[in-house]
Design a protein around this ligand. Structure first.
Ligand SMILES: [Zn+2]
Length: 372
């Protein structure tokens, strides 16, 4: 019974904290009324949150008929999470506040290698980020490292890492020179997490990352559905052309072989932005490549829609350019669908560059918010 009362106490504190996160400037009476709690309970919890510097007293609000009430607000930068996006040739590092807003971002050119030198570089990058963001190190909750690989359920080990050739690599090594808790997170899961966070009106969604590699993640009730073996949503390796082009995974005809961002940039001297410039200018061979790209993509999208009946978010490097071409893509998808004649479920990503890094920091933020 004692345990139960402790849990209720924590639960009430958590509700008060989350209410203040949602609505700024509330008086004690507002909280009592909105959460149906007793005044002593609210007072006790507000005092605790004030002592922890998680909320602040923001003056008075004159809503009590003659006597002004004290107002309380949530402090969004009371804590921060750090996220990294590790790719073959770059690392992006961001610091995010408790609302998931980006406080600071650094992007650095560095070729991935499994070496002390590289892991030391990651440690130094995190320190540099903390300095530039003027973050007090006591505020840092942890560092999430987004990587293009499949990660064990405990976020500690890469169990499939062909892209960076780093199968077996561990969070312990990645975090060797980082003086905060460090976890690994699949890059597409991280990016999807940040997109879901900025789109509160959707609960179920499939996120496709169209970068130099293709990744996916699926959210059911706002939670990642990881699958039985942490291999769900591997949309890059569904077959779109039977016995088609070879894929790095060893199979043929995977979506990855037709719709990775490389397919486009290779046609424009290795520069994806140049590809879209040439596309706008109407260069015939570029238009031809793009049409084929959208066509293959529409097969995968329609399959996802048929399987999950949920919103589909297009992200990654190519997703960042997709705004102008969504109508074309929707038409293709509709033409393939057996049941629907509209495709409003198809959305373009909101984050253009930093979705992976920001999303990698979110597990630490969520954990903190839930344990208050
Ligand atoms: Zn494949």
């Amino acid at each position: 019974m004692e345990d139960k009362s402790v849990n209720i106490k924590d639960f009430n504190r958590n509700r008060i904290y989350k209410l203040l996160r949602e609505k700024q400037n509330l008086s004690k009476q507002d909280i009592v009324y909105q959460l149906q709690l007793s005044l002593p309970t609210v007072t006790q919890n507000l005092n605790f949150l004030l002592e922890q510097h998680l909320i602040e007293n923001t003056g008075t609000i004159g809503n009590t008929g003659g006597r002004n009430a004290q107002a309380f607000s949530y402090i969004s930068d009371a804590k921060a999470g750090i996220g990294l996006d590790v790719t073959k040739h770059h690392v992006t590092a961001v610091a995010v506040d408790l609302n998931g807003n980006i406080l600071e971002m650094i992007r650095s050119k560095q070729t991935f290698e499994r070496s002390e030198r590289y892991f030391r570089f990651l440690g130094e990058l995190v320190q540099e980020l903390i300095r530039t963001a003027h973050l007090d190190s006591s505020k840092v909750l942890g560092v999430g490292i987004g990587v293009p690989g499949l990660i064990t359920e405990d976020h500690q080990t890469v169990f499939y890492g062909k892209i960076l050739d780093f199968t077996g690599e561990t969070a312990q090594n990645f975090g060797k020179y980082i003086s905060y808790p460090a976890i690994l997170i699949n890059d597409a899961d991280a990016a999807g997490l940040s997109e879901i966070r900025v789109t509160p009106d959707i609960n179920h969604a499939f996120y496709i990352s169209l970068s130099n590699n293709i990744g996916g993640s699926v959210y059911i009730g706002n939670q990642v559905f990881a699958g039985s073996n942490q291999k769900s949503a591997e949309i890059g390796h569904v077959t779109v052309v039977p016995d088609g082009l070879p894929c790095y995974c060893g199979q043929k005809g995977c979506l990855e072989a037709y719709c990775s961002a490389d397919r486009l940039s290779e046609a424009a001297g290795g520069d994806l932005s140049q590809f879209f410039e040439l596309l706008k200018a109407g260069k015939p061979e570029i238009v031809h490549i793009w049409k084929a790209y959208l066509n293959h993509l529409s097969i995968a999208i329609n399959n996802i829609r048929l399987l999950f009946d949920c919103d589909i978010i297009i992200g990654g490097y190519v997703g960042a350019y997709m705004d102008d071409y969504m109508d074309d893509l929707k038409k293709l998808v509709i033409s393939r669908n057996s049941f629907e004649n509209e495709a409003e479920y198809l959305r373009v990503c909101r984050y253009k560059t930093e979705a992976i890094a920001a999303g990698a920091a979110l597990p630490f933020i969520d954990q903190f918010m839930n344990q208050i």
